[in-house]
Design a protein around this ligand. Sequence first.
Ligand code: UDP
Length: 238
Amino acid sequence: MRYNLDMKRVVLLGFGIDLCGFDEAVEFIQAKRGQVVTINPEMMDFAQKNEYFAQIIKEAELVIPDGIGVQIGLKIMGYNTKRIPGVEFARKLIDACAGEPFAMVGAKPEVVEKAADNLKKEVPNLNLVYLHDGYFSDDKVIMDELVSAKPSLVLVALGSPKQEEFIYKLKKELPEAIMVGVGGSFDVWSGMVKRAPEVYQKLGLEWLYRTVKEPKRFKRIFPALPLFVLKVLKEKWS
Ligand code: UDP
């Protein structure tokens, strides 16, 4: 029960976020099992407009601050915490759960396959029991296959909110599994998309690098950040 000692859940804009170190987060979810949400301002914005998504976040077993936006929001509310980038967290979980049945769902077929090949080279006892790309029309078919494969770690890369909704439904069928929505992580592991250079990562400016590389993200991400900060300030002062 050590995990209870290290976990502190605080509230930001009505959503619980767990404050903990990297290793505590891994240890916690290994003991508790269930859904991990790596939350960012865009997701919080969407959840404020969508009750079902809000419920998914509220019922998640672990909610970790993925980006600089949530870190700033927490700081405004008086909480100092480190960011836990989802891509690094998921990679640590793979190592921590190596040997246990593991499943990957999401991304383009060639991307998920290349990511799996690279992971097999890095983690010799990787026990990959299921793999599927993220472009399917019937969730039920994939969920039934996953239930038969009985994975204990499931990484889902469908983008948000699709991946969180998929996991939320699957959690009822696989309650003993750890499941994480990992966004673009398979693209990174496949080597087809590069993460920002370390200096950007350290400064919390990975979003800026990705936006410059992929300008269509600008419209999606840029307004969300300042609006999010304004909302948090409003909450603090009200
Ligand atoms: N993706 C998918 N199926 C879909 C939509 C997206 O498998 O229907 C994959 C996409 O190929 C990418 C991942 O979801 O690998 C994450 O997409 P995005 O970069 O939009 O997510 P973010 O990391 O920004 O949350």
